[in-house]
Structure formats: structure tokens, C-alpha cells
Write a protein that binds this ligand. Structure first.
Ligand code: ADP
Ligand code: MG
Length: 260
């Protein structure tokens, strides 16, 4: 059974159908990329799953529970984590303190005497940091870290709630190619180790083709293709709306004119 089952999902803004009745599924242990040109409806889809936006129509079933109508916090508690396009950590805290905070928050005790209990959950936090390769920098303030390392800390923070599904909005935005590959290789490892599902949006096609198990492609709010990276690469519809524009030969343009 799929972990996430999206059906007939739609959302309009004014007259614009940002997402226009899409269906897809996601299994545990799967890394699914959501791609498409600007304005295709990726963020809108994402934000309906995490509860920031409420769907107009359709259903999002997660592990047997309907998410449409739930608040972001409720969805998070069910085991849907997320990372942000621009990594979010508390820069005044150390790396390990950030993860300790997240662990305490996952226990729903965020405001219960955090300060006096500096050692609280430290061992557990260090364990999570080890999983993302950041144990060695545990006691450094987040403010001094390289951006790629902040992203790793953000991942550890998301893992503190032990998510079954992790939503990653352009995880590699602003990263150099080497850092990108390291972060995605790590994500892939976590997916396998934890049997966790990941849904991510991504601009870099190198990243998508190298790491996604499966891809779904949106254009103007519609799902136009779905499949393994090698199937998507050669998909005529995808090439047309997504890869085609910059590469079209003069001859093809004429053919297209005749066709339309
Ligand atoms: P993507 O993330 O794929 O670039 P979005 O989901 O952000 O696409 O946007 C899909 C469409 O919905 C676009 O036409 C966009 O202008 C519109 N849209 C998105 N969010 C809003 C909003 N809050 N208000 C009005 N229009 C929006
Ligand atoms: Mg977007």
C-alpha cells in the first residue's frame, strides 16, 4: 500500500488553476522528484501536502489519514517532515542545540524548561548528527557553518521527529555541484536506511536524474508524465514543455507552427 496517495487534487488562485486535478502515489523507501517549469504548480502541490495551503478539491491520504483540512502542525505530528528552500536553523545556537530543540519539540515539550537542561537529549541529538555526518561539528555555532553543512543540520532537525515522509523544497538550491551531490547521496542513504519516503522539487536536472527513483512532471497544473528518470528523459511531452524550448531547431519550430 502506498504511504501517500494523492487523488484529484486541485487548487485555484482567482481564475488560475494552479493545480488542476492531479493524482500520484508515493511508497515508503522511495525518492520521488516533482519537476516542471516555473508556474507549473510544484510549490502549490507541496504546500497542500504540508498543510500550508488547503486544497479546493481532492484528497491526500497519508498512511490511512486524510490530510486535507488538517493544520500544518497536525500533519507534522503524523510524521510528515519538511526542509526549506533556504535552510532554517537558529544561528545563535550550536549545531547540537538546534537538534536538541527539535527533539524536545518532537516530544511536544518545547517550552518546558529548555535552558536549564542543556544536556537534555544531547546523546540522541549527537546520534542524529552522526547520521548526517555532522557529529564532528556539534558544538560549533550554526552561524559559522558552510551552507552545505547547514543543510545537513536542517536534515538532522527534520529527522528529530522521525518522519515517515520528508518534503524537500529545492534541497540543493544555492549549493555548489559537489555539495549538491553529497547532500542528495546522503538523502538517498537516509531513505534506504529509514525506509522513509521523500518528495522533492528540484531545478537541477543532473540531481534529479542521478538520484530520483521516480519522477512526476507538472505543466500548467497538470501531471503530464510519470516514470523512472530514463523514461522521463525521452518522454516527448516532457521534452516539449520542459526541455524543448531552448534547444528547438528552426526546422522543428516550423513543424510546430504547422501542427498547431
Ligand atoms: P511552481 O512552484 O511550479 O513554480 P506555483 O505552484 O508556485 O508553481 O504556481 C502555480 C501557479 O499558481 C502560477 O501561475 C502562480 O502564479 C500561481 N500562484 C501560486 N501561488 C499563488 C498565490 N498565493 N496567489 C495567486 N497565485 C498564485
Ligand atoms: Mg515553486
Amino acid at each position: 500500500m502506498s504511504l501517500l496517495r494523492v487523488s484529484g487534487l486541485g487548487k485555484s488562485f482567482g481564475g488560475v488553476k494552479a493545480v488542476d486535478g492531479i493524482d500520484f502515489e508515493l511508497n515508503a523507501g522511495e525518492l520521488l522528484a516533482l519537476i516542471g517549469p516555473n508556474g507549473a504548480g510544484k510549490s502549490t502541490t507541496f504546500n497542500m501536502v504540508n498543510g500550508q495551503l488547503r486544497a479546493d478539491v481532492g484528497s491526500i491520504r497519508f498512511n490511512g489519514t486524510e490530510l486535507v483540512g488538517l493544520k500544518p502542525r497536525e500533519i507534522w505530528r503524523l510524521g510528515v517532515g519538511r526542509t526549506f528552500q533556504i535552510a532554517q536553523t537558529f544561528s545563535s545556537l550550536t549545531v547540537v542545540e538546534n537538534v536538541q530543540m527539535a527533539l524536545i519539540s518532537a516530544d511536544r515539550k518545547l517550552f518546558s524548561m529548555w535552558r536549564p537542561a542543556a544536556s537534555h537529549k544531547r546523546a540522541e541529538a549527537l546520534e542524529l548528527l552522526a547520521q548526517v555526518g555532522m557529529a564532528g561539528q556539534a558544538d560549533r555555532p550554526c552561524s559559522v557553518l558552510a551552507y552545505g553543512d547547514v543543510k545537513r543540520v536542517e536534515l538532522a532537525i527534520a529527522l528529530a521527529n522521525d518522519p515517515k515522509l520528508l518534503l524537500m523544497d529545492e534541497p540543493t538550491a544555492g549549493m555548489a555541484p559537489k555539495e549538491r551531490n553529497e547532500l542528495m547521496a546522503l538523502t538517498k542513504e537516509l531513505v534506504v536506511q529509514r525506509n522513509m519516503a521523500v518528495l522533492f522539487t528540484e531545478h537541477s536536472m543532473d540531481v534529479v536524474f542521478a538520484y530520483a527513483d521516480r519522477m512526476i512532471v507538472l505543466a500548467r497544473g497538470r501531471l503530464i508524465a510519470e516514470g523512472k528518470p530514463n523514461e522521463i528523459r525521452d518522454h516527448p511531452k516532457v521534452q516539449e514543455v520542459y526541455f524543448g524550448s531552448g534547444k528547438t531547431f528552426e526546422k522543428d519550430k516550423m513543424a510546430l507552427k504547422v501542427a498547431t
